[in-house]
Ligand binder design. Sequence first.
Ligand code: NDP
Ligand code: 2IT
Length: 444
Amino acid sequence: MNYVQRVLEELKKKNPCEPEFHQAAEEILLSLAPVVERHPEYEKAALLERFTEPERAVLFRVPWVDDRGAVHVNKGYRVQFNSAIGPYKGGLRFHPSVNLSIIKFLGLEQILKNSLTGLPIGGGKGGSDFDPKGKSEGEIMRFCQSFMTELFRHIGQDTDVPAGDIGVGGREIGYLFGQYKRLRGEHVGVLTGRGLSYGGSLVRTEATGYGLVYMVEEAMNCRGETLSGKKVIVSGSGNVALYACEKAQALGATVIAMYDSDGYVLDMGGIDLAVMKQIKEVERGRIKEYAARVKGAKYFEGCRGIWSVPCDVALPCATQNEIGGESARRLVAGGVKYVGEGANMPTDPEGIEVFRRAGVVFLPAKAANAGGVATSALEMAQSSGRMYWTFEEVDAKLREIMVGIYHNMDGAAKEYGVAGDYVAGANIAGFLKVAEAMTAQGIV
Ligand code: NDP
Ligand code: 2IT
């Protein structure tokens, strides 16, 4: 058995019942086979074993009291996966599905994503199985305060810097930051995605979605195409989806469908983003409401139907494994040419294989959605320097980073004989830097 297969088998044995973690690890490790072949010293140093084992994982109790006085207990997680190239960095996810497997898959992906940004950030991830849906403002605030009452002792501006993810946006970051500041008595850049009035960076809100579209545009430009006039579908209607939609439309595309976990809307004239933002960002409502407000738009129950809508470009921006083999086949039948992953691991292995065989240009999450964390790192730089850059400055840096990542993974894929395979290219390019840093720092 070769090195990669042995590590993968042991990982599955040592971490049972963690299917998402196995899935992410398998995709990464298999594509690293040619790298470890060129670098036999990695096996001697058990580099893959160390790379796939978190440096630290903190699990904690989060008790809170609802508006009626009932006591609830949720699980809290922070997995500090790898600090070889910088302080742990990665979001917090609040969603009822959250468990250790999901946090570990996200953390492992984050190491390579953060490496690809070229900025000095290690990988981590955290969250809770708390469900923010239907909770009052007071309940959200008390939950965030309780969560931070334990988390604060494990994080710091130079050790571990969390941010948002599903269910954690500007509102939650505000409550988390307030509690951290109260407990520690320091106003530092310990969280990113902060409000602009207390240390946040311009463009962080837009960054993941904008960055995704900058990369798709670069991939198209390299093939003599542009987004102008293209039909795009965007899954999800949260932070990443809304700003992917905004930038795609700004570049001349028509976004014809979006969804939330209940169902999808189809609007052949192009999504009216002002209405969508009002429903999703301001009212925190359901997407069904969009069809009631916009003439000509239609609502369909069940979100998966969205992948049957014919399009040129698909941007999955909701959650993991939203595109399986069947959905991928429907997209291919509908004429999709480009898939850019805004969410983390939205396409399962069978789906990726379907796209590969059909010659679809597939831009994997750890490259395509790196704009969010890259801009978080720009927020950290501005915090430490006690200064602010303009919207144009941050946006220009974001665009440059996304174009750079595209060419970095494209180059790595070519160098390792798998031209056009960006899954392998992103894994290889991200890993080489982490491996070099880990090697330089000895067996730690
Ligand atoms: P939000 O909470 O703002 O939005 C999430 C969206 O996805 C909502 O429309 C939600 O629908 C939908 N969704 C979530 N879970 C499911 C599910 N199980 N089935 C169907 N739909 C679902 O999160 P973000 O936009 O921040 O994150 C979206 C994705 O992007 C995640 O995979 C995240 O890890 C990734 N990401 C986020 C970054 C960021 O900066 N925020 C950076 C890089 C990646 P509903 O409201 O009905 O639950
Ligand atoms: O998955 C991700 O990259 C994020 N949720 C953003 C992490 C960050 O630290 O900005």
